[in-house]
Design a protein around this ligand. Structure first.
Ligand SMILES: [Fe+2]
Ligand SMILES: [Fe+2]
Length: 152
């Protein structure tokens, strides 16, 4: 069972060059996501602030959706060959997290353990996704001379 202790045993997420897609704009968004997860993690162990946990869960998920959307907009616009597969992976993840979010907001069960589950699920998925799928679009976006202006 996932509880707040298992979340506390998780190493802090440190962004390093291994996660680099080569696109600063998206790397910075990934760093923000790691930051939210670390703040959440430090607030689900020991004396926690329920308000902060609530706010950070909301921010984490809102930011994740905006981030996905921006990746999808540019990959679609530039006709990235892996676009459909990439989007499908985002969508699948959102369905799984949505379920956790509903349970968290409904206050069913121990919200601290649901928050811990959110941290574990999102951390694991995010790292795996960045290392494989996000890194795969880096070269393509560099070839297309990506700039954040292209998202407008
Ligand atoms: Fe990403
Ligand atoms: Fe992605």
């Amino acid at each position: 069972m996932i509880d707040s202790r298992s979340a506390s045993m998780m190493p802090k997420l440190e962004w390093d060059g291994l996660f680099s897609t080569g696109i600063d704009y998206f790397d910075n968004q990934h760093k923000v996501l790691f930051g939210f997860l670390n703040v959440l993690r430090s607030n689900t162990v020991g004396k926690r602030d329920k308000e902060v946990v609530n706010e950070v869960v909301d921010s984490l998920l809102t930011y994740t959706m905006t981030h996905f959307l921006e990746e999808e907009i540019i990959l679609c616009r530039l006709e990235y060959p892996g676009f459909a597969e990439h989007k499908a992976e985002h969508d699948e993840f959102l369905v799984a997290v949505r379920d956790l979010y509903i349970r968290f907001k409904a206050g069913k069960g121990e919200s601290r353990s649901i928050a811990a589950e959110i941290i574990m699920v999102v951390s694991e998925w995010l790292q795996g996704h960045i290392l494989v799928k996000d890194k795969a679009y880096g070269e393509f976006l560099l070839q297309h001379k990506f700039t954040p202006d292209m998202l407008k």
